[in-house]
Design a protein around this ligand. Structure first.
Ligand code: ADP
Length: 618
């Protein structure tokens, strides 16, 4: 895992990249804004076109509906009659009422009849306070057109009512003579009411670019361009519009490319769609405020930018996660490889060590084998040496009884000659005992000389000790040495070989006698001690010179001896040590507390049935 410091340092380029990305995306958004704006303005224009078409169709249809009406009205005979006799009170009320009903049924604001001088003689508004009756309209172009035989139509603000309206007029003809003009006026407010309520505005201008219809009342009679003088004069002449309201609006037109045309009126921006009504020379303009389209463009673009940022952020997070995971896996793989290498090295080291160990084990086994065979040979050699010693001892031992036997025998013969039979029997008995003793000695000697079998079997330690003491009897006596030993009453079974064990104790006793050769009353203690259920020890101690610290480590080495040349081979303890080891025991030496030395023979107890099965037969 990276340290926090290192981590933030590593991440700094990522933050820089992120910031640059953010700026790029925002700049891109700003650069794209006009295009998106144009798209939405274009769409607003297209929608405006549709609304405009409906408005134009409505206007067109209304104009087409009203256009032929004056001509039809002019054919009414009552009108001709009234025009011929304008003061005829028999007809006038009738015509007035007729015109009122006609206006009602047609849905127009006024229907009126003028004489050729332009004075209204009958009107639908005859009952109203501001009635047309008596008013003269000869200044109005529609009157002029109609009185000249044509069909007049005209838009103007009513001089009587003050209301804007569209006028249609037709001549009333008596035979071939024009005797008057009948006109209808319809109110345009109903259109404006239909146009208002939406977000967009509709404006209708005449040929002089004067707004005469719009759902925005404040724009009525305002001009899109400043009026020329003659136009102004003509309007004044025909009293078409109130002159004081003909003020130009602050209008600027622009284009943002494509079919989109923009118009700014008094600081308000609109998308402009317009269409001309060729018959009347009007221009119908549909104005959609640009604000919503621009806001929409900004919103959509902001959304797109946000989405892009979000996508970039998500992608960055995913990429960083992926990178981190990859790094972690790589790190793990590296660590694994290092570990594997280490394991492989250790394994090879171990293998080498194993091989070395194996070699050493083999060598050791071979050495051990060599040692064992050497030991066996040494044991044999030791035994032979002991045999040599014993032979000397035996010859001395046997000579004495032999001399005694001879003298007993001689005496026995003398006793028999003198007829002292009981004395002679006593001598013979003594001779027999001597013979037994010598037979025992020769038996020991024979057993000792025989190479023992290598088997380990239960041996009664009591017998071993008895034999050893007996074998050493002559030397003990010669040295005047006493053996302090109380044989146990029950057999003590240990694992071993009777003769080999006997050889060990003979050796220990022999050494003890040697160690005490300058002592007047030498004593040897033999004690038995329990170590555990499975083991026991025999301690052979003397009161001799003891064992110094310098030699205690070498006692059991082969050929280590402190004795005079010709007196010791230095093999006894070494052979004994190995014999005891063979039996699973231990031979050790220690100084005795009150002076002298003690040798401890530790042995394994043997499992033997009560009846003594398994007795050593070596
Ligand atoms: P050897 O008796 O032929 O010298 P051993 O192996 O039996 O060979 O004894 C080795 C040596 O151990 C002896 O020379 C002697 O110095 C020492 N040693 C053995 N037993 C005793 C003992 N009881 N007291 C003192 N020294 C002893």
């Amino acid at each position: 895992m990276a340290r926090p410091g290192a981590y933030s340092f590593l991440r700094r380029p990522a933050i820089l990249r992120g910031s640059v990305g953010l700026i790029v995306v925002i700049l891109l958004g700003l650069a794209t804004l006009p295009v998106v704006e144009r798209y939405f303005l274009d769409r607003a224009g297209v929608q405006g076109e549709a609304t405009l078409r409906i408005a134009v169709e409505g206007l067109d249809a209304t104009l087409a509906r009203f256009e032929p009406l004056p001509k039809l009205l002019a054919e009414r005979p009552s009108l001709v009659s009234l025009l011929k006799d304008p003061t005829n009170q028999g007809i006038l009320p009738f015509v007035n009422e007729q015109l009122r009903l006609t206006a009602l049924s047609l849905g127009v604001s006024d229907v009126y009849l003028m004489d050729v001088g332009g004075t209204t003689i009958s009107a639908s508004s005859y009952r109203k306070e501001r009635s047309f009756v008596g008013r003269n309209f000869n200044f109005r172009p529609y009157f002029v057109q109609a009185v000249e035989g044509g069909l007049g139509q005209y838009f103007a603000m009513g001089t009587t009512s003050g209301e804007r309206g569209y006028f249609f007029a037709a001549p009333v003809i008596d035979n071939t003579r024009i005797i008057g003009v009948v006109a209808i006026k319809f109110d345009v407010r109903s259109f404006e009411e239909a146009w208002s309520g939406g977000a967009s505005d509709i404006v209708v201008t005449d040929l002089s670019d004067i707004i005469f219809m719009s759902n925005r009342e404040e724009w009525h009679f305002r001009t899109l361009i400043p009026l020329r003088g003659e136009v102004f004069n003509l309007i004044a002449e025909t009293r078409q519009y109130p002159l004081d309201r003909l003020i130009p609006l602050d209008v600027k037109r622009s284009s943002i490319g494509g079919s989109v045309e923009l118009i700014s009126i008094d600081g308000e921006d609109f998308v402009l769609s317009s269409q001309t009504l060729p018959d009347v020379g009007w221009r119908v303009m549909h104005l959609t405020p640009t604000g919503p389209a621009r806001a929409q463009a900004l919103f959509v673009l902001s959304l797109a930018v946000l989405l892009m940022l979000l996508t970039a952020l998500t992608a960055t997070v995913i990429m960083q996660r992926r990178n981190r995971t990859r790094e972690r896996i790589e790190e793990q793989t590296r660590a694994n490889e290092v570990l594997e290498q280490r394991v492989a090295k250790r394994t090879s080291d171990l293998n080498a060590a194993n091989a070395q160990l194996q070699l050493e084990v083999t060598e050791r086994a071979a050495t051990e084998e060599r040692l064992r065979s050497t030991q066996k040979e040494l044991i044999q050699a030791g035994k032979l040496a002991a045999l040599g010693q014993m032979s000397a001892a035996l010859s001395h031992e046997i000579n004495q009884p032999l001399t005694a036997v001879k003298s007993y025998a001689d005496n026995a013969a003398t006793f028999l000659d003198r007829n002292r039979v009981s004395d002679a029997r006593e001598n013979v008995t003594r001779i027999s005992k001597m013979a037994d003793r010598m037979a025992a000695l020769s038996g020991h000697l024979r057993n000792f000389a025989r190479r023992p079998q290598d088997t380990v079997r239960p041996v009664d330690l009591r017998l071993v000790l008895d034999d050893a003491i007996e074998l050493m009897g002559t030397r003990l006596r010669a040295a005047n040495a006493k053996v302090n030993y109380t044989p146990p009453t029950d057999p003590i079974w240990v694992n071993g070989g009777r003769l080999r064990l006997q050889q060990v104790f003979v050796n220990l006793l022999s050494n003890a006698i040697d160690a005490m050769d300058r002592i007047d009353a030498p004593q040897i203690d033999i004690e038995l001690e329990t170590v555990s259920d499975k083991r026991l020890r025999v301690i052979v101690s003397d009161r001799g010179g003891g064992i110094s610290d310098e030699i205690i480590g070498q006692l059991f080495d082969p050929f280590f001896t402190t004795k005079e040349p010709g007196h010791g081979l230095g093999l006894g303890l070494s052979i004994s040590f190995n014999i005891i080891e063979d039996f699973g025991g231990r031979l050790s030496a220690a100084p005795r507390k009150d002076g002298g030395a003690q040798f401890i023979v530790e042995l394994e107890r043997a499992n033997v049935a009560e009846d003594g099965t398994g007795l050593a037969a070596e």
